[in-house]
Design a protein around this ligand. Structure first.
Ligand code: PLP
Length: 450
């Protein structure tokens, strides 16, 4: 490691508070990885060793790392208009083009767009818009938001409350009031299978029961990821989302699809709603919007919600300094251009996903593997202590971390998602030979963990 790196690491150890990390490990200098560069599907550490990133960073670097066109797009915008607010009825050619592209490429239920910088901010914005909408309808009491167990919707106060992963709450005295969680459509823990359509409808019924418990006059929205990524790639049967849509309609509850991970191709369609057969009132997008080359997120509204809000004669008292940032907008447009020109969404659907699932299904007979689940190029490998009773391993066994550790020894990065689940979400530019390498490493990791 060069002297520069050593000095930087010393400063990092002393002064950088790392998210989702144990401070004690960082302070002791026990970094899991020190990554210097990345190109294509590879991360390259400071010793020059290359690792296949089979989780696309954090489920975001869909077009792969180090694309020259992206750097050019950012540099051109930075030279021309490094910043300009979109506040006060101002716009610029970059954010205007971004809206035009989004309107063209997204499904018809996405007509009006607001911009932010992260998935958390966009989800928070979505909930504020829900409150605004119901106030305009003369129903200001509809403020409660229903989310689900295993959900991940972000980390600011409200969105961490919506997140349904229990460890995210106690440190901060969360969840805030006005939020509740219903069961995830997690067939594995319910003793059934991911294609059990009755189970899908039963899982959706939990939402209706919660609306009735709270009173529909108090419930503003239901929020859900089409496929719950961070919470274990929990993937519902086909019956689930259409049933959720019907329940929301029946009780006048807005449906928010958090497509931060599923948006822009992950499930083999541009949006997870197309894959799972429903239309949300409000759609939230982030990560894949720029393949995480720049922090950009958006909230898309259908025509009904969008028109209702736009007809409010008052000013909108909401926005972020960098909403619609010219550089972010240029980067997002280039990302979409690459997805379109290289037909990467079609590549996921027609070429990569079939190969990916052949590999995953081949793991099913491994003694440690309970099931494989997911959609498109996103999968969770559920490990189990007993295939018949579906027993979890004891809390402290960290079996998924053991598997991911062994994969890393073989030069492949996969992710321990908790709940004995290993997540795999490779970039859309992964080759079939690289998929072979990924799954060789996964099998090696499973065998060594046995
Ligand atoms: N929603 C989903 C589905 C996510 O997976 C994430 C992040 O992983 C977020 C929201 C939060 O996004 P961010 O980390 O950009 O705030």
């Amino acid at each position: 490691m060069s002297t520069d790196h050593t000095a930087a690491l010393a400063a990092d150890r002393a002064h950088h508070i790392h998210p989702f990390s144990y401070p004690g490990e960082v302070r002791a200098g026990r970094f899991r990885r020190v990554v210097e560069r990345a190109e294509g599907v590879y991360q390259i550490d400071t010793s020059g060793r290359r690792y296949i990133d089979a989780v696309s960073g954090l489920g975001c670097v869909n077009i792969g790392y180090g694309r020259e066109e992206m750097a050019e797009a950012a540099a051109e915008a930075m030279r021309t208009l490094s910043f300009h607010p979109t506040f006060w009825e101002c716009t610029n050619p970059y954010s205007a083009r971004l809206v035009e592209q989004l309107q063209r490429l997204t499904p018809d239920n996405m007509q009006h767009f607001l911009f932010a910088n992260s998935g958390s901010e966009a989800n928070d914005t979505a909930i504020k818009l829900v409150r605004w909408y119901w106030r305009l309808q003369g129903r200001p009491g509809k403020t409660h938001v229903i989310s689900r167990d295993m959900a991940y919707h972000g980390m600011n106060l409200l969105t961490a409350s919506l997140t349904g992963l229990a460890p995210c709450h106690p440190q901060f005295g969360l969840p805030l009031p006005g939020v509740s969680h219903v069961c995830a459509p997690w067939s594995w823990v319910e003793g059934t299978a991911g294609d059990d359509q009755d189970f899908g409808r039963r899982a959706a019924d939990a939402l209706e029961a919660e609306i009735l418990r709270l009173g529909a006059d108090n419930v503003g929205a239901f929020i859900g990821e089409p496929m719950q990524a961070t919470g274990g790639v929990v993937t519902p049967p086909a019956s689930y989302w259409p049933a959720i849509r019907r329940i929301c309609d029946r009780h006048d509850v807005l449906l928010i699809a958090d497509e931060v991970v599923t948006g822009f191709g992950r499930t083999g369609a541009w949006f997870g709603q197309e894959t799972f057969g429903f239309n949300a009132d409000i759609t939230v997008m982030a990560k894949g919007m720029t393949s995480a080359y720049f922090p950009v997120s958006a909230v898309a509204l259908n025509a009904r919600i969008g028109e209702a809000l736009l007809n409010d004669p008052g000013e909108l008292y909401h926005g972020y300094t960098c909403s619609g940032h010219p550089v972010g907008a240029a980067v997002a447009c280039m990302n979409m251009q690459i997805l379109e020109q290289e037909q990467l969404v079609e590549r996921v659907r027609d070429t990569l996903a079939p190969a990916f699932w052949r590999h995953l299904h081949a793991l099913e007979d491994h003694p440690l593997v309970g099931e494989v689940r997911g959609m498109g190029l996103g999968a969770g490998i559920q490990l189990t202590a007993d295939k018949v009773s579906r027993a979890f391993f004891p809390e402290d066994s960290d079996v998924d971390a053991q598997v991911t550790g062994h994969c890393y020894e073989r030069g492949v990065i996969v992710r321990d998602l908790g709940a004995d689940t290993v997540g795999v979400m490779p970039p859309f530019v992964t080759s079939e030979a690289q998929l072979d390498e990924i799954f060789d490493a996964v099998r090696y990791g499973l065998d060594l963990t046995l």
